[in-house]
Design a protein around this ligand. Structure first.
Ligand SMILES: [Zn+2]
Length: 89
């Protein structure tokens, strides 16, 4: 466990991201940082919600499909922990 970082999956709606003035986010869509499709929600892996927002600001977030692809393709690199809803946000 020593060298592993525990990450949680965070989800942001386009509307939320617009409020944080993120990239091209509008109330009804935001661009996925991978496939460039405009989607209603972005996902990001981070330690905290604040860190997740910073990550989206700097690198963009991923749509559901790209996030799922990343988890499949990087399965040997990342160890994902499931955090029950009441413990995450
Ligand atoms: Zn995508």
């Amino acid at each position: 466990m020593a060298n592993k970082i525990q990450l949680k999956m965070f989800r942001f709606t386009a509307e939320e991201l617009e409020k944080h003035d993120i990239g091209d986010a509008t109330f009804d869509g935001v661009k996925c940082g991978c496939c460039n499709w405009r989607v209603s929600r972005l996902f990001v892996l981070a330690r905290t919600r604040e860190e997740a927002l910073e990550t989206i600001k700097e690198y963009g977030g991923l749509c559901g499909e790209c996030m799922a692809d990343m988890l499949v393709e990087d399965a040997d690199k990342h160890e994902i922990y499931y955090i029950p809803k009441e413990e995450s946000q």
